[in-house]
Ligand binder design. Sequence first.
Ligand code: MF3
Ligand code: CO
Length: 294
Amino acid sequence: MFSMISRNDPCFCGSGKKWKKCHYPLKEHPQKGLADEYFKKYGIILKNDEQLAGIRRSCQLAAYILKKTCEMAKAGVPTNEINDFSHQLHIEANAIPAPLGYGSPPYPKSICTSLNHEICHGIPNDIPLKEGDILNIDVSCILDGFFGDCSAMVTIGKITPEKENVVNVAQQCLMRAIAILRPGLILCEIGDVIEDYAIEHGCSVVNQFVGHGVGLQFHEPPQVPHHRNETQIPLAPGMTFTIEPMINAGVRDGYIDSENHWTAYTKDGKPSAQWEHTLLVTDSGCEILTLLED
Ligand code: MF3
Ligand code: CO
C-alpha cells in the first residue's frame, strides 16, 4: 500500500536516495524567500507545516517518554533500568532513540542520565540511585525521520539546599528564555537572560555545550549558546531549536571523561542541573513542542 512507504525508504524514482531527500511531496514554505535566505545565510531550515506536523509528533513522544522515565527514577533503581524502559517505549512507538550509536565514539545507550556533578552526557549504569541524588534524564527520539529532544531533572528524596538551588535556577533559566522568544529576537538575547538569572542566583552557566537546531536532523544550525554571546541571528517563524541550559552550583568549567569520551563533569565537583525543551518560533511568539499535551 502506498501509504506504508516510509520517508526513509528509497525514493520511487530509483535515485537510491531516501524518499524524504528526493521526491517526497513537501508543501512550499509560506515565506519561501525567507526560508531560502535563512538557509543560505545561516544553514537554518525554516520548517513548513508538513514538517512541523512530523516534528510535533516526535516531540510529543519524547515528552511522553521523558515523563514515564522520570516517574521511574527512585532510590534503589539503577539508571540502566531507566534506559532499558526508555528503549522499550521507543520501540513500542515505532521510534528510534537518537542517542544510541550517535557520534564518535558511538554513544552506547538510548538516553543520557547525568547525575549530581555530571554536566551532561552521563551514561546509564548499574549503580542504584540513592537519597540525595539529582538526576537529569535526556530523551531524544526519531519518529518517521523527525527529531524531538527534551530533558528534565528528578530529585531523589531529601537533597541539599545547594542542589535544590541549582535545579530550580536551571529550570527558571529555561522558562525565562522561552518567555522572550518571538520573531525578530536576536539569538544572543537568550544567553543574556540565562546568564543574568544564573549569576544573580549564585550559579554559573556552562559555555562548553550549547542548544541547537533540531527537527530534520538531531543537531542542525544554529548553535544556541546559553552564556553571554554575540550571535546576531534574528529568530524567524518556522525555526525549531532546543534551549537546554546547563547550570553549575560552582564554576562553569568542566572536563570530559577520559575513558568513555562522553560524560562531562564539573571541574570543582559541585552539582550541575539541566532542563531542555524543543521550541518552535511562531508568527507571534513560540510553541513549546515538548510540553506534553493531554
Ligand atoms: N540533548 C542532548 C544534546 O542535544 C542529547 C545528547 S544525546 C548524545 O546534545 F547522544 F549526544 F549523547
Ligand atoms: Co539537545
